[in-house]
Design a protein around this ligand. Sequence first.
Ligand SMILES: Cc1cc2nc3c(=O)[nH]c(=O)nc-3n(C[C@H](O)[C@H](O)[C@H](O)COP(=O)(O)OP(=O)(O)OC[C@H]3O[C@@H](n4cnc5c(N)ncnc54)[C@H](O)[C@@H]3O)c2cc1C
Length: 392
Amino acid sequence: MQSYDVVIIGAGAAGMMCAVEAAKRGRSVLILDHAAAPGEKIRISGGGRCNFTNIHASPKNFLSGNPHFCISALSRYTQRDFIALVERHRIAYHEKTLGQLFCDGSARQIIDMLVSEMQDKGAELVLSTSVEDVRKTVEGFVLTLSTGTISCQSLVVACGGKSIPKMGATGFGYELAERFGLAIVETRPALVPLTFDANTLERLAPLAGNAVDAEVACGKTQFSEAMLFTHRGVSGPSILQISSYWREGDEIRIAMLPGVDVADLIRSAKRGNGRQAVQTVLANHLPKRLAQSIAERTGIDGNLADLADAQIKTIAAAVNDWRVKPAGSEGYRTAEVTLGGVDTNGLDQKTMQAKSVPGLFFIGEVVDVTGWLGGYNFQWAWSSGWVAGQAA
Ligand SMILES: Cc1cc2nc3c(=O)[nH]c(=O)nc-3n(C[C@H](O)[C@H](O)[C@H](O)COP(=O)(O)OP(=O)(O)OC[C@H]3O[C@@H](n4cnc5c(N)ncnc54)[C@H](O)[C@@H]3O)c2cc1C
């Protein structure tokens, strides 16, 4: 039986970073994946350009049952460390917006970088191989693979979350955690488009394809980024962000002209030319179809000159205080990440090692640490993978 110091299940972002670091320390490392290629999610990320980190990444950009858990890993391996690695590999990149760093060329450059680092440090990558069983022994672990049996001292679970099953996502990491007695914080799709019920959709379907810069809020959390109307509901960065905070039954509040006093805008248009319709005024600032739909939703038509101030306020609220209860989300089929996961209470924040099972580590998305949209999730994968690589 072949024996390794470290076996890593999952050759994604976190697993590959961990493999490089453990191999650097002279550990014999095997990293395996059931997919035919490593880093498939990296390949499709950021529209094919991989938003690989965020200049402003800090613990406040992450959701977790224990918001302090991620502090240690994020401060030991920072976005600056990953940027330095990218620069060493001469990968050109740019900031798109809000500190989000993307490759100028292709996401494949990040995969190639990690694969070449693994090769360079001597980590062995095995693809198209599934894990059928994992057993704890006195010395470590014995794994039954589709190709045979291997053993290791340290086992690192880097299987990712449940999002996009057709890309190879499984719930295997969570099953393994439960089998070893670790608690799981309930999982749900996050960074995901929200859907509306049939009635709301009937009204809003004609808006599909229209986008606005919106401020979207749920409870006390709000994001100001683009919002897109879709055939199923709403999407775009501001909606994906708020979806991580939204729960069934919650309403979301949307301002489609944030920072603009819409009532004042209409009043001043009324003074300038009272013979224009309200949707004409709104269409100067919003897509025409949307302006029309807002006017229809309020049931207020006619010329501005005929509008009472209360009606103007109703229209202003329809623009900047639109309250809607999404019926659901598009689910794991399109979610960028999985919220919840291996309960951080069971892990050591400095190493990602299970407190109750020496030698067993969990890193990346399978852990109950979920980033905002904008490069934060990869930073968590790099940081958690790096710290585990120093200890596994
Ligand atoms: C469409 C899309 C775009 C995204 N864009 C960005 C972005 O631009 N920036 C950003 O920060 N984040 C982005 N994300 C999120 C990011 O991809 C993940 O947070 C990140 O990949 C998590 O890294 P990971 O290593 O934990 O898991 P993954 O990268 O998902 O890797 C897990 C690996 O484990 C393997 N695996 C699973 N089950 C098994 C099993 N039973 N046996 C063997 N192997 C297994 C999988 O095949 C996979 O290779 C995006 C996600 C999606 C879906």
